[in-house]
Design a protein around this ligand. Structure first.
Ligand SMILES: Nc1nc(=O)c2c([nH]1)NC[C@@H]1CN(c3ccc(C(=O)N[C@@H](CCC(=O)O)C(=O)O)cc3)CN21
Ligand SMILES: O=c1ccn([C@H]2C[C@H](O)[C@@H](COP(=O)(O)O)O2)c(=O)[nH]1
Length: 287
């Protein structure tokens, strides 16, 4: 099954078999801009496997792939929670609704990457990304290689509790394999197979592989609550009936001269053979 097939299969599964929040007569947290409840159809515990060499980018609709990479650079390289930085440095606006009065996300996302702690392996003061890179180079059989964006001590000071919050990393011979755990996934806006979340974490896998001397291996994306907002249903129904351009076979090229994680910039990433459907969808984002 290619990425588009995976997209269509899970979309149909949620549409046909998803639990309908509205009919459960319980409160839901998210609202639309006008204050109305944002109900979903949802399925629990879905996962998507992308074999090595497969780029998780759908061509059923246009994905903001550069913004997706910029978000990763902002979180893992700038180690920032500052929404104004995302806007000024990267021209990405879509986190604006979640910033606090100081213009940041509180103790979420990049804050957890910048936080220092004592490495359990070396005893030296480090941060989660530096420890991961150093252990992959020096101690590849380490089974404790995770990056966690949720620290329960800080949860009440996060403006949004990270959705794609946990990565786990395992070396097999010359390959680095990644699992991403996502607690909650908005199918249309971000979490679909080949959408922003899958693609951006695949890019992180490629980047970390490149600077630690491995090839990118398999990528598994697990979503605990996978949902389609009911307002998005008409768009999803259109998308799953698109016949994509048969030339699609996306390849991601990354500047091979980059050897240090801190040196990647957005201009080091190029996509080839990507011809996404150009239909425009006006996507409301639940707040
Ligand atoms: N309900 C909800 N869904 C999300 O996916 C989400 C949140 N909230 N809150 C935090 C971030 C913000 N995210 C967003 C916000 C907006 C778009 C969006 O407007 N996407 C459009 C245009 C993207 C562009 O061209 O820049 C799209 O067509 O996908 C996507 C993800 C992802 N996250
Ligand atoms: O990277 C992201 C960030 C956010 N989301 C979605 C998932 C949910 O629809 C909302 C968050 O609402 P919660 O009630 O906190 O789950 O944002 C995503 O899919 N991907």
């Amino acid at each position: 099954m290619n990425v588009n097939d995976k997209y269509i299969k899970i979309a149909k599964d949620i549409l046909n078999n998803g639990y309908d929040e509205e009919s459960l007569n319980e409160d839901v947290r998210p609202v639309w801009e006008n204050g109305e409840n944002a109900y979903t159809l949802y399925l629990p515990q879905q996962f998507v496997r992308y074999e090595k060499g497969e780029v998780p980018l759908t061509s059923l609709r246009k994905i903001a792939w550069k913004s997706a990479i910029k978000e990763i650079l902002w979180i893992y390289q700038d180690r920032s929670n500052d929404v104004d930085l995302l806007k000024e440095k990267y021209k990405v606006n879509y986190w604006d609704s979640w910033k606090n009065e100081k213009g940041n996300l509180g103790k979420a996302y990049g804050y957890q990457i910048n936080k220092e702690f004592k490495s359990p392996e070396t005893g030296k003061i480090t941060n989660q990304i530096d420890r991961l890179i150093s252990e992959l180079k020096n101690n590849p059989l380490n089974r404790r290689l995770i990056i966690n964006l949720i620290d329960v001590d800080d949860m009440s000071e996060m403006t949004l509790i990270p959705c794609a919050f946990l990565t786990m990393w395992t070396v097999t011979g010359g390959y680095l394999n990644l699992t991403l755990i996502q607690r909650s996934g908005d199918f249309l806006a971000a979490a679909a197979p080949g959408g922003i979340n899958a693609f951006q974490y695949y890019v992180l896998l490629r980047m970390i592989s490149q600077v630690t001397g491995y090839k990118a291996g398999d990528f598994v994306h697990f979503i605990q609550n996978y949902h389609i907002y009911k307002k998005h249903i008409p768009s999803i129904k259109k998308i799953i009936n698109i016949k994509p351009d048969s030339r699609n076979n996306p390849k991601l090229l990354i500047n091979e001269d980059i050897k240090e994680f801190k040196d990647f910039s957005i201009d080091d990433f190029k996509l080839e053979d990507y011809y996404p459907d150009q239909t425009k969808y006006d996507i409301d984002i639940a707040l």
